[in-house]
Design a protein around this ligand. Structure first.
Ligand SMILES: [Zn+2]
Length: 275
């Protein structure tokens, strides 16, 4: 449970899932769906007629649980400009330097998405209790213009799935104090379950819980998860990011221990949530 499949992560990061590279985006969706299907998911690619960065809708039945959860992520990465100077030899070949792993997409969002997929695969193999999962993965988080096909697709899927909780693509850590920060939020500030999920985060030793969402480059209205949450949903976020992550810029990176730790934290969360 405490190891990352670095070879596969390297392969995933090596796929240049950038705007305009249709074949690379097709490889990225294939990479994800192959792994999710092996872990017991039904996996559909949606929106292909409108974009070459389509969305993925994956569903997995519960195991020894009557809970449901929606997970969110994205496989596209921010552009890399030729003038950007990287510490690593290539932005598409992850390299560990001074305890951080450098690569385009490692912090936003492929690193976290990958370790979550690996965690679920290991839990499935171990027949661990698991909630019913709707995994919504888009491919247009980083586009600057135009509507994201995932907005309508995810609206329909969330309405049909009828769950109470949605998990954000990542979370944050305070670099000064070293404290992990969890987001526990709802459109309904008086949601009766907020306290319960705050407690769940604290059981996972994330003491600092903030009533807010992850900051989004294009705002809440463009995020196909946040824009589609209703008063019934509780939104949760935790993950390996910190202020040094340099997302969208050169030298995007994550602390290796936090990325490895996130895999264990995510598994623990899913296990506790399933109860
Ligand atoms: Zn992102």
């Amino acid at each position: 449970m405490n190891t990352i499949d670095w070879d596969s992560l390297r392969e995933f990061i090596g796929i240049r899932s950038l705007q305009g590279l249709a074949d690379e985006n097709a490889r990225a969706t294939e990479f994800i769906c192959t792994r999710l299907r092996a872990a017991g998911f039904d996996c559909r690619i949606e929106g292909r007629a409108q974009t070459d960065q389509p969305a993925i809708v994956a569903h997995r039945a519960a195991l020894q649980s009557n809970k449901k959860i929606a997970l969110y992520g994205h496989y596209d990465v921010a552009a890399v400009h030729p003038r950007m100077a990287w510490r690593s030899a290539s932005p598409f070949a992850p390299e560990i330097i001074d305890g951080r792993v450098y690569a385009r997409g490692i912090a936003d969002n492929k690193g976290t998405l990958f370790v979550r997929m690996q965690a679920i695969a290991e839990m499935a193999e171990a027949h661990a209790p698991m909630p019913e999962i709707l995994w919504l993965i888009q491919g247009e988080e980083e586009i600057l213009h135009g509507a994201r096909v995932a907005k309508q697709i995810f609206a329909d899927e969330l309405a049909r799935f009828d769950c109470d909780v949605a998990l954000e693509e990542t979370g944050f850590n305070d670099i000064e104090s070293g404290e992990p920060i969890a987001f526990v939020w709802s459109k309904n500030a008086r949601h009766p379950q907020l306290e319960r999920y705050r407690n769940l985060m604290q059981e996972m030793r994330i003491e600092r819980v903030e009533f807010r969402t992850l900051k989004k480059l294009n705002g809440v209205t463009e995020c196909p998860l946040l824009s589609n949450l209703s008063h019934r949903h509780v939104y949760l976020g935790f993950g390996p990011n910190d202020i040094l992550h340099q997302i969208h810029r050169e030298n995007e990176s994550l602390d290796v221990r936090r990325l490895v730790g996130h895999k264990a934290n995510f598994s623990e969360f899913m296990r506790r949530y399933a109860l």
